[in-house]
Design a protein around this ligand. Structure first.
Ligand SMILES: NC(=O)c1ccc[n+]([C@@H]2O[C@H](COP(=O)([O-])OP(=O)(O)OC[C@H]3O[C@@H](n4cnc5c(N)ncnc54)[C@H](OP(=O)(O)O)[C@@H]3O)[C@@H](O)[C@H]2O)c1
Length: 482
């Protein structure tokens, strides 16, 4: 892999502390960072190189959510050799000439700075200053190396603002330099759906309207908004996760086979699903957990959604009239993310009158926890009587006999950026298709249905499948347990 300079705008951000610093440590431990790579952290506050390294070390410790092991000092020392910091105000044009001089000085010290990744871990309001500052100093040019930009979701807050941001990005960078990042796309369990569907002959012929009754997607958390009140109250569940993570999941579960495993082919299929999704503003329910308005940095009159549930259809031949139910939210009964593909019952089903005899087969892609791919089937309970019991045929990540390392999504996406592979990033058209679906639904938001913490959200959400003679499935914690 090419060496490069990773410039993180907003190194003191929550995002950098929680994810980027952690994966840089992991990658140092794994020995996969290129030899002459430099990490340059940028933020406003004054810090010497030593103070920055101490800050980094402390962040590794405090935000150690991904690390199952203690921080090894010899690994951190190795990482320190790459760590640099400069302070600056992003709206100050003179800061970027300072950055340029700094990069030049690092090149003289043997770091490879003609290839550069700029990571935006700061506020969208500052992006235009950053781009203009880079341009004025020719730091966005690819002279003698490559330049790539990593930018976090959300891209805009509606279709109009997403288009404006895409236009701004394309003024300074080419599409093949822009890595729009939604860490769900970097999840191993999500990427495996493509392998499961397109590398096995058994299931793919069945994933269509002839055999599938409906699809359900659940992304629930049993905790609230924590310290993110200021951000969350302006966004809400639909825009925070519904516009991005949940739609990515739907695309992976329903897209047609790409002609090859390449960025263009895979992204094209995802976009086709998004462009064919039918927004049904009458079939969306919003909710807010009781106690939300008392959370820190939340307006006491807030009408922000902490839950939404919707029904949609894909307007294509393959899934014609197959309903898709999606729900996501906070302070719900369980923390679980999964896609359930529910099969139709056979017409002449034997024993359908027995207890549980009418339960359908369900193919479950469990994204987290107890990650795996599971097929729920009915079996005969051993014994003289005929009685039925559901059982799970399962592939579980955590009992992988080879103990393969599951990379963190941020690590995976950073490596893809280093390699120049955009397959698991969103392009401009994809983000705009997501917003085109979400905008009419977001406009349907009114007064929130209040729900009790620890439940599955407001009971109005149950009506979505019930009106069609169906019900939300209770996610099972029985499979892939270790
Ligand atoms: N946090 C998450 O879990 C998360 C998840 C997904 C996406 N994101 C996205 O990631 C981005 C960062 O979010 P965050 O919540 O992590 O932000 P945050 O914790 O508030 O951090 C903002 C960063 O920007 C720097 N900064 C702010 N104004 C600046 C200025 N005028 N000049 C120079 N530096 C400035 C801050 O540095 P100082 O204050 O130290 O100067 C800090 O490093 C946002 O676009 C967000 O939507 C965040």
């Amino acid at each position: 892999m090419d060496s490069f300079a990773l410039v993180i705008f907003g190194i003191t951000s929550n995002l950098a502390q929680k994810y980027l610093m952690q994966v840089l440590y992991d990658m140092t431990e794994e020995g996969i960072l290129p030899e002459e790579m430099a990490v340059i952290g940028v933020a406003r506050r004054q810090m010497s190189k030593e103070e920055f390294q101490n800050y980094f070390h402390e962040s590794l410790r405090l935000e150690n959510i991904h690390h199952k092991h203690a921080i090894k000092e010899e690994v951190f020392k190795k990482l320190c050799k790459r760590l640099h910091y400069i302070n600056g105000e992003f709206s100050d044009p003179s800061f970027y000439s300072k950055l340029k001089l700094f990069l030049n000085s690092l090149s003289k010290k043997g770091f490879h700075c003609s290839n550069r990744v700029y990571y935006l871990a700061t506020y969208p309001e500052l992006y235009s200053h950053v781009f203009e500052g880079l341009r004025k100093n020719k730091l966005n040019r690819q002279n003698g190396g490559w330049v790539r930009l990593m930018i976090e979701k959300p891209i805009g807050h509606d279709l109009k603002s997403a288009k404006a941001l895409n236009k701004l990005l394309l003024k300074y960078f080419n599409e093949d330099q822009i890595y729009r990042l939604d860490h769900y796309l970097g999840k191993e369990t999500l990427q495996n759906i493509l392998t499961f569907r397109f590398s096995n002959g058994i299931f793919e012929p069945l994933i269509n309207k002839d055999y599938i009754d409906h699809i359900q997607i659940t992304a629930s958390e049993d905790f609230g908004i924590g310290r993110r009140g200021g951000y969350y109250d302006a966004v809400g569940a639909l825009k925070d996760v519904g516009q991005n993570h949940l739609l990515q999941m739907l695309c992976f579960a329903t897209m047609d086979a790409p002609s090859q495993f390449s960025n263009d082919a895979v992204t094209t299929q995802r976009i086709k699903i998004l462009q064919n999704l039918i927004p049904l503003p009458k079939n969306i329910v919003f909710g807010q957990y009781r106690g939300y308005k008392e959370e820190k940095n939340v307006s006491p009159h807030s009408q922000t959604d902490t839950f939404y549930a919707l029904k949609t259809y894909i307007n294509n031949e393959r899934f014609k009239d197959v309903p898709i139910y999606i729900r996501a939210g906070k302070k719900l009964k369980q923390t679980v993310t999964e896609i359930s593909v529910v099969f139709k019952n056979p017409v002449n089903r034997l024993l359908k009158n027995l207890k549980r005899g009418d339960e359908p087969n369900v193919l479950i892609y469990r994204i987290a926890p107890n990650e795996g791919v599971v097929l729920k089937i009915l079996t005969k309970l051993p014994g003289y009587k005929i009685s039925l019991e559901p059982a799970y045929m399962q592939y579980c990540y955590r009992i992988d006999p080879h103990k393969h390392y599951i990379p963190d999504p941020y690590e995976r996406l950073l490596i893809d950026t280093m390699r120049g592979d955009q397959t698991f990033f969103n392009d401009a058209e994809e983000v705009e298709a997501q917003w085109a679906f979400i905008d009419p639904l977001a406009s349907a938001r009114g007064k929130q249905h209040i729900y009790e913490p620890g439940t599955w959200g407001p009971k109005e959400a149950d009506k979505l499948p019930e009106e069609d003679g169906r019900a939300w499935l209770e996610p099972s914690m029985d499979f892939c347990r270790i």
